[in-house]
Design a binder for this molecule. Structure first.
Ligand code: SAH
Ligand code: SF4
Length: 424
């Protein structure tokens, strides 16, 4: 449940739930790593990955013992073919049927001979998450509640463009989140577990099913589900391996073939993994900044205690491929009287000086028990003007799907961590 009462003026305990968040409160102060990277080592990345493994998804096997082929890399799919005595090139055919055509039934894959179709059907399945709920907002935003084989659930949102035939699918990477950002509904839900690659890809594929968008449109032709924003439930860089694997599958040219330029991953600032994401995936990066001083950011984005603003901005400066054509998005949720002053707007542009960036101002989306109020529209405008005058585009995000709690920061499911779950 959300924290009781109004916003605390004290420093909250770094991690209100004891999982992955901020550094322990040392001798009364905030335990900050030195700026410049002592903590940005492989060891730190290994620690994050080891923790992620504690929340690993269940194996992708159906109750009848068949293996779900969704979520396997090309190499793994080849290995599965070899393991059943087939030639590795079969994997390429399957890949085409599964990810390009969207076919789930082996019997409808005519380039595969009948006996092999039967053999595949005995051992494998092409899965999807179950649609547990499907809600349509008055503004055409559509929210899916997807249920996975172990009963865990996440929300996925499709946000159609209001003017053109395209739209973004907002996908989740975790059931719950370990990071208790104060303004975020998901942050009030404990981390139950990470999603597997199959479950991440599966959200996009199931959303495409709902619109019948198969086969995958060719590069350059319009798509209804044209973009992906990794901005749903959870912190993608705390589930890096599965998220990266899923995005590679989605980007593969012989399958879904969505360009990395159409994918934006949002992080609350897991600095060591930002470097890896930049080196390996080169998708667009969005950074949830939300405050311009460590004092405030420590409070509203508790991960800041571990990776403070200077570290975060330095990682943005290092992010490969950042250019005017591929700008980093800084997300800034406008909280009335908390982070929305003109002085803060000036400090924001000072902080990001020199980074090819845009600043996305997000009106705060309320949820039951939320401890903040949205900034007044005039204040948001003033803030936006200051940012714009400094040469940065500063769009004010139009809230979508609020009537069905589908807007940014409103997602939450009933999934609870089982009593005996492995807690870090
Ligand atoms: N964990 C990642 C991605 C998911 S949150 C991250 O934090 O970046 C996606 C975006 O929604 C983030 O920028 C987040 O700060 C923002 N957000 C969270 N709660 C919100 C709320 N109540 N109103 C508006 N935006 C919110
Ligand atoms: Fe987690 Fe992002 Fe919400 Fe913070 S804003 S609690 S990191 S989902």
């Amino acid at each position: 449940m959300p924290a009781e009462g109004a916003v605390s003026t004290e420093r909250a305990a770094p991690d209100r739930r004891g999982a992955e968040a901020a550094a322990p409160p040392s001798t009364g102060g905030v335990n900050r790593p030195p700026v410049g990277g002592a903590d940005l080592t492989q060891a730190e990345r290994d620690r994050i990955l080891a923790k992620a493994a504690l929340f690993a998804p269940p194996p992708a096997t159906l109750p009848d013992g068949r293996r779900d082929l969704i979520g396997l890399s090309r190499e793994e799919l080849e290995a599965e073919m070899v393991a059943i005595g087939e030639k590795p090139f079969r994997a390429r055919q399957l890949w085409h049927w599964i990810y390009h055509q969207g076919e789930r039934d082996f019997a409808r894959m005519p380039t595969i001979a009948k006996p092999m179709q039967a053999k595949l059907a005995e051992r494998f399945a092409v899965g999807r998450p179950e649609v547990a709920a499907d809600q349509l907002s008055a503004d055409t935003t559509r929210k899916f509640l997807f249920r996975f084989s172990d009963g865990q659930q996440v929300e996925t949102v499709y946000i159609p463009d209001l003017h053109e035939e395209r739209g973004a699918v907002c996908i989740s990477t975790q059931v719950g989140c370990t990071l208790s950002c104060r303004f975020c509904h998901t942050g009030t839900q404990k981390l139950v577990r990470n999603l597997g690659a199959a479950e991440i890809v599966g959200q996009f594929m199931a959303a495409r099913d709902a619109y019948g968008e198969w086969p995958s449109p060719k590069d350059g032709t319009p798509r209804l589900l044209s973009n992906i924003v990794v901005m749903g439930m959870g912190e993608p860089l705390y589930n890096y391996e599965n998220t990266a694997k899923a995005l590679r599958i989605i980007m593969d040219h012989e399958g879904i073939g969505l360009s990395r330029r159409r994918i934006t991953l949002s992080t609350s600032g897991v600095v060591p993994m930002m470097d890896r994401c930049g080196a390996e995936l080169q998708v667009n990066l969005a950074v949830s900044l939300h405050a311009v001083t460590d004092e405030l950011r420590d409070e509203i984005v508790p991960l800041n205690r571990k990776y403070p603003i200077a570290e975060l901005i330095a990682a943005c400066r290092r992010y490969p491929g950042a250019s005017n054509a591929r700008r980093i998005t800084f997300e800034y949720v406008m909280l009335r009287g908390v982070n929305d002053s003109e002085a803060e707007a000036h400090e924001l542009v000072r902080l990001i000086k020199g980074i090819p960036a845009k600043v996305n101002l997000i009106p705060f989306n309320p949820w039951p028990g939320a401890p903040y109020q949205a900034s007044k529209p005039e204040q948001v405008k003033r803030f936006a003007e200051i940012v714009m005058q400094a040469g940065y585009s500063s769009p004010i995000r139009r809230p979508r799907g609020r009537d069905i709690l589908a807007a940014c920061g409103q997602l939450k499911t009933e999934s609870e961590r089982a009593r005996k779950a492995r807690v870090a």
